[in-house]
Design a binder for this molecule. Structure first.
Ligand code: SF4
Length: 193
């Protein structure tokens, strides 16, 4: 089996904290997807599968120009779908590669933007430094492990929506949150900021 390429921004270190048990993973997915079907945002860019539209929604103009030039020079203007090639582009990191694969190519790919990292940290970790390299690596593993076999697009969108609408940085809405029963941070208090 070919080794997976190292993610930009996801340094390796040992030992690894435990991942949630299969039953906990399943409950998390079910709660998240049920909530999303009722409350998810109807964002216009969710209706596109054009890799360039996805890219534009994920990154800033200067990086976009560099990536566009590189894709013209190397791939005739088409963005590739595989992780290793996307990561070889200057300006595409682990999150953007995951977003392009998941949202444009509908591949089974994990994502970890700020909102997703906050949700996963609060639900499954709860204490410590959320920005440390070890935590970041664990959050990537969580995002990968929690991913369902089907409905990955909805699952990733739901994670982002939960972080943007309920588990917000300040004053998260814990009492209407679908994760309240299992969240290690519930109820969020000001001293956790
Ligand atoms: S219960 Fe509160 S802290 Fe936990 S995921 Fe929900 S909103 Fe975030």
């Amino acid at each position: 089996m070919t080794a997976k390429p190292a993610r930009k921004g996801a340094p390796r270190s040992l030992p690894q904290p435990a991942l949630p048990a299969p039953g906990d993973r399943r409950r998390f997915r079910d709660r998240l997807l049920t909530w999303y079907r009722r409350h998810g945002r109807d964002l216009p860019w969710r209706k596109t599968t054009d890799p360039y539209h996805i890219l534009v929604s994920e990154i800033r103009p200067r990086r976009l120009q560099t990536i566009a030039r590189e894709s013209v020079a190397r791939y005739g203007g088409r963005l590739p779908a595989d992780e290793a090639t996307l990561l070889s582009f200057e300006g595409i990191g682990a999150y953007t590669a995951g977003a392009i694969r998941s949202f444009a190519f509908r591949e089974r790919a994990a994502i970890l933007d700020t909102n997703v990292a906050r949700v996963l940290f609060r639900v499954f970790i709860g204490s410590g430094d959320p920005k440390s390299a070890a935590t970041k690596r664990h959050l990537w593993r969580l995002s990968e492990t929690l991913m369902p076999v089907r409905h990955v697009f909805d699952f990733n969108q739901a994670l982002m929506d939960l972080g943007a609408m309920v588990c917000v940085a300040r004053n998260p809405r814990c009492f209407v949150c679908p994760m309240a029963k299992s969240c290690r941070t519930f109820p969020f208090t000001a001293d956790r900021r």
